[in-house]
Ligand binder design. Structure first.
Ligand code: HEM
Length: 491
């Protein structure tokens, strides 16, 4: 792990790119400066009456945004936040992305943050994905949309998807791994998880028009995710403009799917339980809201799990004990199956060590680095006032890499998760917590286990020469060279 971190720090972003990013960020920050100054003055007024958290708002307007963005890109954001907390304590103030924020650390801070459900998505994300996603709505509306989404993600639904996931994984490995000497893991896993999602959640076919929709959507989403962590400058030749164009194409494609499903529903050929889009139509959601939610789900459902699979493969490569145990567990299951027989939900229940290894991967390299909430009223936490309108942010690794909670935190040790009840509450938060806890965790678990079953029983792998396993964040972790591995078939 230490090696990965050191290598990734060395990798860094080029100074030219950083300069361009700095100029772009500055432009945006200047654009939002007036509301920020108003809020900072308001914060100053509060400070005279009640204690605000210690810290600094940094340079006027810019705050700590540039330095934090650079650390995120260089994969040193963890150190950045730790230094900040060491200087100012477990509740501190800073200024990020054009607004005052409180950085809170520790398990009780996670609990405090997750109890608040008001979320403000980054402007870049809202403009690409939409403003009425499950993530952006609050209160009763959030409960309603969430209840509908959860119908498709809870264990009894995921149980029905296992055969479809099995088929997609085999098809992918046959087409993309078999007969090859090396594979770039991250692009491969992104394409696999995108296909799994299209098949089991959206019931998109593989023939005729459906195949075209699937292929175009995949290309557009590859482009679109690059825009989540960029400055939302819609100017000629900016990355953000290309992402917005991809978003418009994606939205048109989803609108087409909605029309087909509406017609299928009217003709009695489809039922609400068939797929997420038909389910949302039957629930009476307006088309715009369905599109926003489908766009969000498409992002949430595939890149996160692709990152988990990629880093699990990375960690198993350098931890032979854990690798041997995973192989043993999976081969035992393979031996109990007839040739060509698909995995079942019950088989997944027998993959306890493999899932513990996946959880340990999520502890070390959480796909979602931090979560943020917006205060809807003045709140006191840790003896300080956090005023209404401030963001509150936490970083997943602040507890997940805390030696007091996870001794020798840099060591890859799946044994920590063999008994999940031994993990203290709110210290492992890779799936978030509270009312917005990730509803896709059972889905992610099933998909990860099915994919790992076929990967470890069919292939051996080594990092390719020159691939050091380092990674940066965009904002999801992305390994250098996509994690290039040399592979060898087992049978
Ligand atoms: C390893 C894989 C995954 C990880 C690490 C992950 C992580 C997270 C985290 C940390 C949150 C909470 C964000 C917050 O509190 O602000 C979240 C929310 C969410 N995730 Fe996941 N996720 C994963 C896979 C999935 C999958 C496969 C799906 C769908 C099939 C999904 C759907 C969602 C949705 C809809 C939300 C928003 C929930 C709400 O606001 O009520 N996720 N995820």
């Amino acid at each position: 792990m230490q090696k990965i971190q050191q290598a990734s720090m060395a990798a860094g972003a080029s100074s030219t790119t950083m300069l361009a990013a700095a100029v772009a960020v500055l432009a945006v920050v200047v654009a939002v400066s007036f509301p920020l100054l108003r809020r900072l003055f308001a914060a100053g007024a509060d400070e005279r009456r009640r204690p605000l958290p210690p810290g600094s708002f940094g340079l006027p307007v810019v705050g700590q945004t540039l330095s934090y963005l650079r650390a995120l890109r260089d994969n040193t954001a963890e150190d950045w936040l730790r230094r900040w907390s060491a200087a100012y304590g477990p509740v501190s103030r800073l200024s990020l992305f054009g607004g005052p924020a409180a950085l809170v650390t520790g398990a009780s801070a996670n609990k405090f943050l997750f109890a608040n459900t008001a979320v403000k998505s980054p402007e870049s994300m809202s403009r690409m994905i939409g403003r009425r996603t499950i993530r952006d709505v609050t209160g009763d509306e959030h409960r309603r949309v969430r209840a509908m989404v959860v119908q498709f993600l809870r264990p009894d639904a995921v149980k029905r998807y296992v055969a479809g996931m099995d088929g997609e994984v085999r098809r992918h490995l046959d087409a993309e791994w078999r007969g090859r000497g090396s594979v770039a893991v991250m692009p491969s896993m992104k394409s696999l998880t995108f296909d799994v999602m299209c098949t089991v959640l959206f019931a998109l076919g593989r023939d005729g028009d459906a195949a075209t929709v699937r292929r175009d959507l995949s290309a557009d989403f590859q482009q679109l995710v690059r825009g989540i962590a960029v400055v939302p400058l819609d100017l000629p030749f900016t990355a953000f403009r290309r992402c917005l164009a991809a978003s418009r194409r994606g939205r048109r494609a989803v609108a087409g799917v909605i029309e087909q499903r509406r017609a299928g529903l009217a003709r009695g050929e489809r039922s609400p339980a068939d797929d997420v889009v038909t389910g949302m139509l039957a629930e009476g959601l307006p088309d715009d809201e369905i599109i926003d939610n489908v766009m969000f789900l498409m992002i949430a459902a595939h890149d996160t799990t692709a990152a988990l699979l990629t880093f699990l493969i990375r960690h198993l490569e350098s931890n032979t004990d854990a690798y041997d145990k995973v192989v043993q567990e999976q081969e035992e299951i393979a031996r109990s199956k007839a040739p060509g027989e698909a995995l079942s939900w019950e088989d997944l229940g027998r993959m306890r060590y493999t899932w513990a290894a996946a959880m340990e991967t999520l502890r070390l390299v959480p796909p979602v680095f931090n979560t943020a909430r917006v205060m809807t009223q003045d709140v006191e936490f840790g003896g300080y006032l956090i005023p209404k309108g401030w963001q509150v942010i936490q970083a997943t690794t602040m507890t997940q890499w805390d030696p007091a909670i996870f001794p020798e935190p840099g060591r890859f040790d799946p044994g920590r998760f063999e008994d999940p009840s031994a993990v203290p509450p709110y210290s492992f938060v890779a799936f978030g917590g509270g009312a917005r806890i990730c509803p896709g965790n059972d889905f992610a678990r099933a998909e990860t286990l099915v994919a790992m079953h076929y990967i470890v029983t069919r292939f051996r792998w080594r990092l390719a020469a020159g691939c050091d396993g380092s990674f940066s964040r965009f904002p999801l972790p992305y390994p250098a060279q996509g994690l290039l591995i040399d592979i060898e078939p087992i049978h």
